[in-house]
Design a protein around this ligand. Structure first.
Ligand SMILES: O=c1ccn([C@@H]2O[C@H](COP(=O)(O)O)[C@@H](O)[C@H]2O)c(=O)[nH]1
Length: 271
């Protein structure tokens, strides 16, 4: 999916919501456990309930690979079930020496056909560029993460006066275009979005951390939105586990609707 197509979807759905499919057998409603593939049955119900309200789905790969071959199978079925006009993100946080990164990229882009994969920048240029060699695919590079420990390294000041995350943005924006590179910035770091937009005014940001982690959607939009929205805001637990009863899909839809309604207002305000 191109940046233009993504923006068209955002305008059409009046939403920049990404629903996180962090599907955990110990949290899904018990009646689904009798299904042949409970993870896929849960994801299918969530997708059916939310597809008209979101522009992206983000399965976090950890929740699938922890189940071995069966988990990968559930992931593949989920990916194939997601409507083709919805952007898909493999939240895998990969990155290794070049020839290994190439294999990760093939796994997520060719084998599984995700639109994008999250990549950790710590190993530098040659660990990221193999992911950028695929047409119409996206790298979503970790910049300033939502977790408390993200501050351990990412805000340390370097000898050139830049913080580590600013250096990541400054160097990596030269590795590819804003049509193939996005960045992760936590919703809990909204106060840094102004300075981030100074460095990367055009790029899309994947913003996790609203809902369960307490990030504020309105602040994210105020400081992070650009002229083509430039935001995909993720909520996982806040939507998919809003109810663990038989009505889970209906309640997930209600939570997604609340965020979409708020996003509609923010798009009207800032676009
Ligand atoms: O900085 C980051 C990067 C990734 N994540 C991931 O996003 C979701 C958030 O889930 P919630 O349940 O909405 O808190 C999850 O998959 C994280 O691994 C992040 O939270 N922060």
């Amino acid at each position: 999916m191109t940046r233009k197509e993504l923006f068209e979807q955002i305008k059409k759905k009046e939403s920049f919501l990404c629903v996180g499919l962090d599907t955990d057998l110990s949290k899904i409603p018990s009646h689904l456990l009798k299904e042949e593939d409970p993870i896929f049955a849960f994801n299918k119900a969530i997708i059916d309930a939310t597809a008209d309200l979101c522009v992206a789905y983000k399965p976090n790969i950890a929740f699938y690979e922890c189940m071995g071959a069966k988990g990968w199978e559930s992931l593949q079925k989920t990916l194939e079930y997601i409507p083709k006009d919805i952007f898909t993100i493999a939240d895998a946080k990969r990155g290794d020496i070049g020839n290994t990164s190439k294999m990760y990229a093939q796994a997520f882009f060719e084998q599984m056909n995700f639109d994008s994969v999250t990549v950790a920048p710590y190993m530098g240029t040659d660990s990221v560029t193999p992911f950028l060699e695929f047409d119409n695919k996206w790298v979503i590079l970790l910049a300033l993460t939502s977790n408390k420990g993200g501050l351990d390294f990412q805000i340390q000041e370097l000898s050139n006066g830049r913080k580590v995350f600013e250096e990541v943005l400054t160097q990596s924006k030269e590795w590819g275009s804003s049509d193939q590179l996005m960045y992760v910035v936590g919703a809990t770091r909204a106060e840094s979005l102004g300075e981030i937009r100074q460095i990367i005014p055009d790029h899309f940001l994947l913003v996790p951390g609203v809902g369960a982690q307490g990030g504020d959607l309105a602040s994210v939009a105020q400081y992070g939105m650009n002229d083509h929205c430039g935001l995909l805001v993720n909520s996982s637990r806040g939507i998919i586990y809003a109810s663990q009863e038989e009505n889970f899909a209906e309640v997930a839809r209600q939570e997604a609707q609340k965020l979409q309604g708020e996003m509609k207002g923010l798009l009207e305000t800032y676009l």
